[in-house]
Design a protein around this ligand. Structure first.
Ligand code: HEM
Length: 239
């Protein structure tokens, strides 16, 4: 069966790594000991992934680019109409509604990471707390986390409905990167890949940023925080 390449490898690796890390952060949130360290490191990795995806949205493969999948309100409404109609539309990349959903998820998860970095809880102060942190941000962090399953739920239902309407398995496509040619407009070509040099620069930048973040992290201090004693009231700095 003939297939057409839609999703490049970095986009697919990003997507499924994000799912795994969000699950890991979820499972290790609100705990102490090793789970807390895993929670923080997983949050760092999510931050890197999201930074990577923002860069990739400008320089990545054809269907990974924001300009290709963020469409106007008319296109979104027309697409929503096809979800429940008999005649579905096959889209090469993200659907018009799916594209905005993806931006919402990226923003939401980014807000969770940022509020985590800025929060102070019992026995824990995020690395950015001393500079920009504020009381109440830990609650904001937790509230954003509590709402996330509903957003992911809408995303998954949208993926299933969109796939059924277009008679495509969007999930398989996000795994293999390919869609069946018979379900796409005749003559659809493989997506244009990112320029190899640009891709290499984007990936190297992210690797360098990750290395700097990890080298700058005080893991010994983190370990001490992992078995918390309540923080002093004022200032939020541990002695
Ligand atoms: C923590 C949970 C999840 C998060 C944060 C998440 C996030 C995302 C993001 C950001 C994208 C866009 C990929 C890109 O263009 O870079 C995406 C796409 C996608 N996700 Fe998820 N996802 C989650 C769970 C799931 C689950 C459980 C499934 C499977 C049922 C799923 C299936 C898909 C599919 C099929 C696409 C491609 C949609 C399309 O063809 O337009 N996701 N997801």
């Amino acid at each position: 069966m003939k297939t057409v390449e839609i999703w490049d490898l970095p986009t697919r690796l990003f997507k499924w790594s994000l799912v795994m890390l969000v699950a890991l952060s979820w499972g290790t949130g609100g705990q102490s000991g090793t789970a807390f360290i895993v929670h923080v490191v997983s949050g760092y990795l999510i931050a890197l992934l999201i930074l990577f995806r923002i860069v990739w949205g400008f320089v990545g493969g054809e269907h990974a680019r924001f300009a290709g999948f963020l469409r106007g309100p008319g296109a979104v409404l027309r697409h929503l109409g096809t979800l429940f109609g008999a005649k579905g539309e096959a889209h090469l990349g993200h659907t018009p509604a799916g594209g905005w959903m993806i931006l919402l998820m990226l923003g939401w998860v980014a807000a969770i990471v940022v509020t985590g970095l800025l929060s102070r809880g019992e026995g824990y102060a995020g690395p950015l707390w001393p500079y920009l942190g504020g009381e109440g941000l830990a609650e904001v962090h937790e509230t954003l986390v509590e709402i996330l399953p509903f957003i992911v739920g809408v995303h998954v239902v949208g993926v299933l409905l969109g796939g059924a309407a277009a008679k495509q398995s969007l999930i398989l496509a996000m795994v293999s990167g390919r869609k069946e040619a018979t379900e796409l407009p005749p003559g659809t070509a493989d997506a244009k890949p990112a320029a190899p040099r640009t891709a290499l620069i984007a990936l190297s930048l992210m690797a360098a940023l990750g290395a700097v973040a990890f080298l700058a992290t005080d893991f010994a201090g983190l370990n001490a925080q992992a078995s918390p004693e309540p923080l002093e009231d004022e200032g939020g700095e541990r002695d």
